[in-house]
Design a protein around this ligand. Structure first.
Ligand code: ATP
Ligand code: AMO
Length: 435
């Protein structure tokens, strides 16, 4: 590896030390005999000060630099109050590793107001912008924290296939693919596999994967390819056990981001607080009552919350200090959710709303094969298409439940982004299949 330290690790305390840094040339300012080069890496920027009097050859090489050239520089750290970060570098050697063409296809500056579509077209330039790069540093830190929580709680990571004969979620939003001359589909969710794995003896599992939804949308919170954090638990008492896991893991993740991604949150201007209080768990009917009584709002589909309803509920609870709530007991749910008579809620399905947006769905599953078949038939799903799944319920399945969390939506919320696509390096939507 090329020897280097990151810009964020250069401090005034290293005054007089020789160090090496590497990255892109962010800016060059020539003051005649004195040249300031701002070098940018994945963590920040450092100022390099070239003086003609110190080394004329090195100075001449620096004068030839263009924005976005890639350089490796060795030099002496100098504490400097006026320099960003309190330290700058007096270079003693420089390698130009790669030269950039100009003009640039996109300026690397937060002051440039390019629209999102243009930015996504040249994502390799856009992500050089420190404010954009911060989103993905935050994402990496959040996902590391999430995995840590599950590993420390004895969950095991699994992998399930993305190509299948049948969709998990039903409906028309499947992407068909040609599979050796047969029709197959991209996975909408690992749902059926998670449940089969509980039948197989995995009590506590998680999967970090992708799911594909051929929804025809144009919202700021939907994409066609989703990163999903899926969880499934065996031997639960009821859906509350699943909500406990969702709540604790999310709290841990937000706490880790607040503690370890301070620089990123500041760059993004995102103010995050750790939701220490228990997340309120309200029933679907209570949610409708709040919407009606407080806002006179009636969702168009009385069996689901609409975007506006979710937002209003978010505001209502955020004002009371609760950024995250569970809404439990949605009527008319998918066949795999527990929806037996005798409960005082229509189903044991919940959504987690965070800052007024759905982040995850989950619940207790139906594990009785006959009830499951009846629910499929009632929902217009042909059980014969799902024999690979239903067979797993013949030979003993513990009571179980789980959830799927949309990772992209989580990052959108943590980073305070207007559009979910900003949280994804190479997003997919009905218009975008490249880059
Ligand atoms: P999922 O589909 O996984 O449940 P979701 O956030 O899309 O996630 P839904 O229950 O489908 O959740 O939808 C919640 C609300 O989001 C809907 O009531 C609707 O207002 C809005 N919504 C969902 N899909 C679309 C869409 N394709 N276009 C516009 N709004 C949508
Ligand atoms: P659901 O379909 O609600 O549930 O999806 C779970 C979560 O995934 C995210 N999500 C999306 N994000 C962006 N764009 C989309 N088009 C999109 N669709 C879904 C949301 C949503 O809450 N099998 C169940 C989960 C379970 O019960 O375990 C499922 O997939 O954040």
């Amino acid at each position: 590896m090329i020897e280097r330290i990151y810009a964020e690790d250069v401090t005034a305390e290293q005054d007089g030390d020789e160090i090496s840094v590497a990255g892109h040339v962010h800016d060059v300012r020539d003051l005649g005999g004195l040249l300031f080069v701002i070098l940018r890496d994945g963590t920040g920027r450092i100022q390099l000060v070239f003086k003609e009097d110190d080394d004329a050859d090195l100075f001449a090489a620096a004068e030839d630099l263009s924005r976005e050239d890639v350089i490796h520089v060795t030099g002496i750290v100098q504490a400097a109050d006026q320099a960003p970060g309190g330290a700058e570098l007096a270079p003693t050697a420089m390698d130009v590793l790669s030269e950039s063409e100009s003009p640039l296809p996109l300026e690397v500056s937060k002051d440039v107001d390019a629209d999102l579509s243009t930015r996504l077209d040249t994502r390799y330039m856009d992500v050089r912008n420190p404010e954009v790069r911060a989103i993905f540093s935050l994402r990496s830190k959040a996902m590391a924290a999430m995995r840590d929580w599950f590993e420390s709680e004895q969950f095991e990571e699994v992998d399930t296939p993305l190509l299948s004969e049948a969709g998990a979620e039903g409906g028309a939003d499947l992407f068909p693919v040609v599979y050796y001359g047969r029709e197959a589909f991209l996975s909408q969710s690992p749902q059926l596999y998670k449940q089969m794995l509980v039948a197989a003896g995995f009590d506590r599992l998680y999967e970090v994967g992708h799911a594909f939804r051929a929804e025809d949308f144009s919202t700021s919170r939907h994409v066609s390819e989703i990163a999903m954090f899926d969880v499934e638990l065996g031997f639960i008492t009821d859906h509350n056990d699943v909500m406990d896991v969702q709540e604790e893991s999310l709290r841990h993740t937000i706490r880790a981001v607040v503690e370890n991604a301070e620089r990123e949150l500041e760059l993004l201007g995102s103010e995050l607080t750790v939701p220490e209080e228990p997340f309120p768990r309200i029933t679907f009917d209570e949610a409708l009552d709040i919407l009606e009584e407080e806002y006179g709002h009636f969702p168009e589909d009385p069996t689901d919350l609409d975007t506006k309803g979710e937002k209003l509920l978010g505001e209502y609870f955020e004002e009371q200090g609760h950024p995250a709530i569970f809404v439990v007991g949605y009527p008319k749910e998918k066949f795999y959710y527990w929806q037996r008579e005798g409960d005082d809620i229509a189903s044991r399905k919940f959504d987690l709303l965070y800052r007024g947006q759905e982040l995850s769905s989950g619940g207790q599953r139906e594990h009785d094969r006959e009830t499951l078949i009846a629910a499929m038939e009632a929902g217009g799903v042909d059980p014969d298409d799902f024999s690979f799944y239903l067979d797993a319920f013949r030979y003993g399945v513990p009571p179980h439940g789980g959830y799927g969390l949309g990772i992209d939506r989580l990052i959108q919320q943590l980073a305070g982004l207007d559009n979910i696509k900003e949280a994804i390096l190479f997003p997919r939507d009905p218009e975008r299949l490249s880059p």
